[in-house]
Design a protein around this ligand. Structure first.
Ligand SMILES: CC(C)(COP(=O)(O)OP(=O)(O)OC[C@H]1O[C@@H](n2cnc3c(N)ncnc32)[C@H](O)[C@@H]1OP(=O)(O)O)[C@@H](O)C(=O)NCCC(=O)NCCS
Length: 235
């Protein structure tokens, strides 16, 4: 939800999924017709920056748009600012940190993740705006983890395994990068996301009350959730 710097890159992973072809496709009491689609999870590109900005904003509980609003230049909208930042080669929101789930050329969802430094020095917490301090403090509790900064699926594609596939890809990348855990921060009020993470074995390791900001979508708490992974390379 907040920006920091790390490298991106990586390879494409095919994801097989079964989708019912609909009620008219049934040919008998036991046989059902299915179409088999092949989804890919692949590194995002600079050209996808506008869609990445939309997805980062969906994941950020109102924070990205609030921050981008204050960075507008000329006739830019907040989402234009997000796209400009996502198209950069560096910065936490860079397209280089993003992996997209693609089907038939359409982006269905995205995960933006990278390794946190270890040790993780946050400097003087008083220098951050009040509403970001809880998030910075929670991030700092998971040094050296593979940090999921943003995960989102476009509305039309939810409930079809897109985020689950992106999380599986994330766990493999974390292991490949030599990380022993994956961390993320979720709002306690975000029930679909909490359910998803718990199903994947994430456990709460810390929490802070949400500090309201302009455009704040909810109260509640920010929850740091972590899940162990087995590093697949020597560190
Ligand atoms: C949270 C979020 C990322 C989940 O994305 P998603 O692609 O819908 O997630 P999945 O499809 O993998 O899983 C969602 C549910 O669909 C179910 N599901 C997965 N594949 C399915 C399929 N083929 N058919 C039916 N249901 C399926 C899952 O079991 C899961 O069920 P649950 O709600 O009981 O846990 C999505 O709601 C989102 O983008 N929200 C806004 C952004 C956000 O909050 N991001 C997280 C910030 S920390």
């Amino acid at each position: 939800m907040i920006e920091s710097v790390s490298p991106g890159g990586g390879t494409s992973t095919p994801v097989r999924c079964l989708e019912s072809a609909g009620p008219g496709s049934h040919t008998g009491p036991v046989r059902r017709a299915y179409t088999v689609c092949v989804r890919h999870i692949e590194p995002a590109t600079r050209e996808q920056a506008s869609q990445l900005a939309r997805l980062i904003n969906l994941a950020g509980e109102g924070i990205p748009e609030y921050l981008w609003e204050g960075m507008r230049e000329g006739a830019e909208t907040a989402l234009d600012v997000g796209a400009r930042r996502a198209s950069r080669d560096d910065g936490g929101f860079s397209y280089r940190n993003a992996r997209v789930c693609v089907e038939d050329g359409n982006i269905l969802g995205m995960v933006l993740a990278y390794a946190q430094p270890d040790p993780l020095d946050i400097g003087d917490i008083e220098e951050y705006p009040g509403f970001l301090r809880p998030l910075v403090e929670l991030e700092a509790m998971a040094p050296g983890s593979w940090y999921v900064n943003a995960l989102a699926t476009f509305e039309a594609w939810r409930g079809r395994g897109v985020a689950s596939a992106l999380l599986e890809d994330t766990h493999a990348r974390a292991a490949g990068a030599g990380c022993a855990s994956v961390s993320l921060i979720v709002a306690s009020t975000n029930e679909p996301a909490m359910r998803l993470y718990e199903r994947f074995g994430y456990r709460a390791e810390g929490e802070r009350p949400v500090v309201p900001f302009g455009g704040c979508l909810h109260g509640g708490r920010w929850v740091l959730m972590c899940r162990p992974v087995t590093p697949s390379i020597d560190t």
